[in-house]
Ligand binder design. Sequence first.
Ligand code: SF4
Length: 257
Amino acid sequence: MELVEVYKQIILEIKNNLKYYQNDDINFIFNENDNSKFKFLSSDKETQDKNTFKSNDNNLSKESKMDKINAQVMRCKKCSLYKIRNNTVLGEGSLNSEIMFIGEGPGENEDLTGRPFVGKAGELLVKIIENVLKLKREDVYMANIVKCRPPGNRNPNDLEVSACINYLHEQIKIINPKIIVPLGSVALSRLLPRYNGITKNRGREMKLILSREDIYDVIPTYHPSYLLRGSQSEINKKKREVWEDIKKIMKKLNMLI
Ligand code: SF4
């Protein structure tokens, strides 16, 4: 790609992101449910989708709301990741789940299948869900910070996250979980930017505040792929730490330990 094209792409993405920040600010300052005050800002299909979602959502079922977000994500071009995706990966699981696991973004298997957490790390997460939490995969909800795979499984960058994070926020509001579990430092710092580093923050109780009415408990833990790395003694140590975090999560959910 020529340099001028790269600059054009960057300027376009910055413009897009400024527009969404603008809407978010106005959305927060005015009453969230009164879209009439900021509708004049809508100038393209994606912004109109966003406002339509907010203005009509009260009468929709959880399934319909999630379908609506999925339709938006499937045609989304708000960041350049859309160009290389095979599939978007919105999320999967029970919309009535009390617990929501959040990773950083789809990997290769997720991109190919359109499903979150289906690789080796996903298998380990499912083992934790089944053997420790005594739940099934379909009982919980799993999603990611970004919905399209970053190339080479790199971490999503600032532009990609700021373009995409609103989809996750809407998913959280629909599911209304009792506890959100960011998996790994990227998911944690992208969800709650003031917390940097998973080793020092895992197991801590935090709050995610999306609006005056939408406040959620958060307890982060390691990403399952991190659990698979290192010597056996390191792996055992990390597994013990995850067990400690899971016990806190179970206590929050009033589950028997
Ligand atoms: S990562 Fe998110 S913002 Fe970027 S194209 Fe995919 S759905 Fe859209």
